[in-house]
Design a protein around this ligand. Structure first.
Ligand code: TYM
Length: 412
């Protein structure tokens, strides 16, 4: 099961993870082709063990010394800004569904990230609830995954401050999303939070000692920074230094891997095949929102940008729109790339667009029906978020306690 699921993703980091010996054998079991093992790294001090994995260990009293089954942990989140669109769904949420059956999963609504650019205070809490309802409507099962609101777990902000002290400002200045967004917002006027946002994202991930983080391609650079920061903090404060302060020693943070899907990692705008589909694009015509009614979807596909080449094909760099629309069709219809290539090679835009429209409507309609049900049951939604935050806090507080100790703070 694990092999089947992981093989659907590319593990894109250039550097390899540090793994404990038990993790090495388990990960080798299902992802050995894509993961290289490194036992020593720039910041590792030769650590071979991660810190507390007790929350993800399943042991019985008899076997606790011999065979420990470690359930790998996965975290991810979406910002509650604007409507959740097809890019968020195909690049991230849809992939979370299969992972929740095999891994310990935590999915949060990253409301603290939503205030990094000017926002509407009247809208934030509504958008947060709406996004939680979307997660569940898409198939996140609250009996398997912890679903919670980032700001409900105080450790995220607290860890961010601690990590900020170890983050070189040059690392943040290099972030592509910061450069793009600050340029758009008028450099001098942007809030400091836009610059320090990747440190908060690193906290979101490192707090949970996450093994994997399923995201779209645009988050790859943030994941690289998270990995570097984990290694740096492990080097600065972990190992023997931590032990001397009365701690367990070893690595403070697990170094996580991004999981980027081979298709859907970068869904492009409907009006420009060279730009990413985005919540912040001014025209709503550029994206399909998960809650768009049928007629709106039909209209957007009817008017979306195409080209004048004959027939339809994948992977022609001169035809970004064509590649994007075929990929979307592939993912929402559940067909293979080869089947779609064969099915569509003889079609023109006039015959393909209705096919794509029907596939999108058929895929999104059940999500929309479930969304209405879940959204109207506010007591249920509240209980899911409360329970999710409770479980998440337990894990997060344990990590935070370790970090305070390793950084030399006076214990309460
Ligand atoms: P956000 O809210 O911008 O996007 C949420 C997820 O959707 C993916 N995504 C896309 N995938 C494919 N094609 C697109 N056009 C597209 N647009 C967005 C994103 O890659 C992401 O996976 N910083 C993050 C949220 C975050 C987070 C985290 C994620 C905060 N903390 C910890 C993982 C773990 C963000 O702004 O995503």
């Amino acid at each position: 099961m694990g092999r089947a699921i992981l093989s659907h993703f590319l593990i894109l980091s250039n550097s390899a993870p540090q793994l404990s010996s038990s993790s090495i054998s388990k990960l080798n079991g299902f992802a050995s082709r894509s993961v290289r093992i490194r036992q020593n790294s720039k910041y590792s001090n030769g650590f071979r063990c991660y810190c507390d994995v007790s929350h993800s260990q399943q042991t019985s009293p008899e076997d606790s010394r011999t065979s420990v089954t470690v359930k790998k942990r996965i975290v991810s989140g979406v910002q509650p800004t604007g409507s959740v669109h097809l890019g968020n769904y195909l690049g991230a949420i849809k992939n979370w569904i299969a992972l929740q059956n095999t891994y310990e999963t935590l999915f949060f609504i990253v409301d603290l990230h939503a205030i990094t650019l000017p926002y509407d205070t009247k809208e934030l809490s509504k958008a947060t609830r709406d996004t939680a309802a979307i997660y569940l409507a898409c198939g996140i099962d609250a009996s398997k995954a912890s679903v919670f609101v980032q700001s409900h777990v105080h450790a995220h902000v607290e860890l961010m401050w601690l990590l900020s002290s170890a983050t070189p400002i040059g690392w943040l200045n290099r972030m592509i999303q910061f450069k793009e967004k600050s340029r758009k917002a008028g450099d001098e006027n942007v809030g400091v939070a836009l610059l320090t946002y990747p440190v908060l994202m690193a906290s979101d991930i490192l707090l949970y000692q996450s093994d994997f983080v399923p995201v779209g391609e645009d988050q790859k650079q943030h994941l690289e920074l998270t990995r570097e920061l984990a290694e740096r903090v492990n080097y600065l404060y972990g190992g023997r230094k931590w032990k001397k302060l009365g701690g367990r020693g070893g690595a403070i943070f697990k170094v996580p891997e991004p999981l980027i899907p081979p298709a859907g990692a970068r869904v492009m705008s409907l009006t420009d095949g060279l730009s990413k589909m985005s919540k912040s694009a001014p025209s709503d015509q550029s994206r399909i929102n998960l809650l768009d009614p049928k007629d709106v979807i039909a209209n957007k596909i009817k008017r979306c940008k195409t080209d004048s080449f004959p027939a339809l094909e994948f992977d022609n760099p001169e035809r970004p729109e064509c590649n994007n629309l075929l990929s979307v069709y592939q993912l929402v219809s559940g067909k293979t790339k080869e089947d779609v290539a064969k099915e569509c090679q003889g079609l023109n835009w006039g015959s393909f667009k209705p096919l794509l429209t029907d596939a999108l409507i058929e895929h999104l309609h059940p999500i929309q029906v479930r969304y209405e049900e879940i959204h109207s049951d506010s007591a249920y939604l509240d209980s899911v978020l409360e329970e999710g935050a409770r479980k998440a806090s337990e894990i997060a507080d344990a990590t935070l306690k370790n970090v305070y100790q390793a950084m030399g703070f006076l214990r309460r």
